[in-house]
Design a protein around this ligand. Structure first.
Ligand SMILES: Cc1cc2nc3c(=O)[nH]c(=O)nc-3n(C[C@H](O)[C@H](O)[C@H](O)COP(=O)(O)OP(=O)(O)OC[C@H]3O[C@@H](n4cnc5c(N)ncnc54)[C@H](O)[C@@H]3O)c2cc1C
Length: 444
């Protein structure tokens, strides 16, 4: 097979890029995924399509928040049923940030969202907090909460979106193969010779450009393929508890989500999701490899502790339906210079999934690290995507698409930022029931 572009990894960034390239009418584009589409981090998220309220505390991140809010509006319009508005109660804990600061933050959030299609934030009385979030522990509410705020974000069906985006790319002529792993990437003339393995056996393909969109595996793959990564990453595990409806004495669909600030100041979400309840997420350094998807030891107990301290749950341990985790890739371009130190790069080669030793000094506080994505071209025509948010996949994939198109001398611009309703036909295939129930869709 002779390709123009091989995309490696079937998470949101891989399929998003495939779709972006397909809208540019680039031919010979193919994606391979070692397991199933969305089997990596892209199905293990907190299910939020959001700007990231907490990033407002750092003005350097405002542009990222603004971009995420713009994407939130686009996804709400284009993936109805898969992305839906979500009400949030923000209890104003007496020991937490002062109410005037929270009010200012929410006003800024609304301002950055501009015409985002969602109602603006407003103040809540303590009684309203209790009505909207009846699962908050009454004694905690009584002692610790003065009042609160109501604001809006959105939530998603992450794995279904990955499939819908892949479907949209296929419709435009792209192809993909699951259960196909890239074992080797070697330079060959103007491009690359790539060895793939699948249950059917081995296969060799050639491609002019290769994009490594393998999330947490990105650097380990580069090392395996004989390329020296230039961007060190912190890999951290975020765990969630998915609880059955019986865990709360209220119907999920009648309640708002909440942002909890635990006693250690960590912020966690408690969200009604698909008739269930989702509590998360934690941040612990990855021990082991991403293949095992092992939640960090102690995270389950930590989440249950947060639950018992803040929430009025009925036997949460018994009503836990699932305990799952995803792996964040936090690129650290500022630390790239460290890799020139032989002892650091050697240690890393031996344990490519271990987080760099100097980061352990952060003592679990990763919140100060920027969550901005990085795209690196370690070898000419071999791009790697590091980090990023699900919410902003389209903007990131357009940026990578521009770089790839330039290498192929393609002058057709990306269609993904120009055209609305890209996904409706694919949605009809994947979720026909939505078209029977949502009047907005029946009009299309
Ligand atoms: C706990 C947690 C919660 C999050 N919550 C949110 C949220 O609520 N909202 C939000 O916007 N963002 C959220 N994020 C961020 C978001 O989930 C990620 O940015 C996004 O899913 C990353 O997608 P990806 O395509 O880069 O990686 P992945 O989804 O991990 O995809 C990489 C794929 O590459 C494949 N692969 C690896 N090696 C090979 C190989 N050699 N050959 C072939 N295939 C290979 C893997 O099997 C995998 O499927 C969250 C992240 C975490 C960790």
């Amino acid at each position: 097979m002779d390709l123009n572009v091989l995309v490696i990894g079937g998470g949101i960034h891989g399929v998003g890029l495939l779709h972006d390239l397909a809208t540019r009418k680039i031919e010979g584009i193919h994606l391979v995924e070692q397991a199933r589409l969305a089997s990596g981090t892209s199905s293990r998220t907190t299910k939020l399509v959001h700007g990231g309220l907490r990033y407002l505390e750092r003005p350097a991140q405002w542009a990222l928040v603004r971009e995420a809010l713009r994407e939130r509006a686009f996804l709400l319009r284009n993936l109805p049923g898969l992305v839906s508005p979500l009400r949030f109660v923000l209890p104003n804990f007496k020991s937490g940030r002062p109410a005037w600061l929270v009010r200012l933050g929410l006003a800024l959030y609304d301002q950055l969202a501009r015409e985002g299609g969602l109602p603006k934030a407003r103040r809540l009385t303590k009684t309203e907090v209790a009505q909207l979030a009846p699962y908050l522990r009454p004694e905690r509410l009584e002692q610790k909460v003065g009042s609160g705020f109501l604001y809006y974000d959105a939530q998603m069906l992450d794995d279904v979106i990955v499939r819908v985006v892949a479907q949209a790319a296929i419709r435009l002529g792209a192809t993909y193969a699951e259960q196909t792993r890239v074992e080797e990437v070697a330079s060959a003339g103007e491009g690359f010779r790539i060895r793939l393995s699948s249950p059917l056996g081995e296969q060799v393909v050639r491609s002019r450009v290769v994009v490594n969109a393998t999330g947490a595996w990105a650097n380990a793959n580069l090392l395996k393929w004989g390329c020296s990564p230039r961007i060190p990453c912190l890999l951290n595990v975020g765990s969630h508890l998915l609880l059955n409806p019986e865990a709360v004495d209220a119907r999920p669909e009648d309640c708002a989500a909440t942002l909890l600030q635990h006693d250690d100041r960590r912020v966690l979400f408690f969200i009604p999701w698909q008739g269930h309840w989702l509590l998360g997420t934690t941040e612990s350094l990855l021990e082991g490899t991403p293949d095992k998807w092992e939640c960090a030891p102690g995270d389950r107990e930590y989440l249950l502790r947060v639950a018992s301290r803040n929430l009025n749950l009925i036997e949460p341990a018994r009503h836990t339906r699932e305990f799952f985790c995803g792996i964040r890739t936090i690129p650290l371009p500022a630390a790239a210079g460290r890799l020139r130190d032989r002892s650091v790069s050697d240690a890393w080669r031996e344990q490519p999934f271990a987080s760099p030793w100097y980061l352990r000094t952060l003592d679990g506080d990763f919140s100060s690290l920027s969550r901005e994505a990085v795209v690196d071209e370690a070898v000419r025509n071999l791009f790697t995507i590091y980090g990023g948010k699900f919410t902003t996949y389209r903007a990131l994939c357009q940026q990578v698409g521009d770089q790839v198109a330039a290498r192929l001398s393609s002058s057709v611009p990306s269609g993904t930022l120009l055209k609305e309703n890209w996904f409706l036909d694919e949605l009809k295939q994947v979720r026909p029931e939505l078209f029977r129930s949502d009047p907005r869709l029946r009009q299309q």
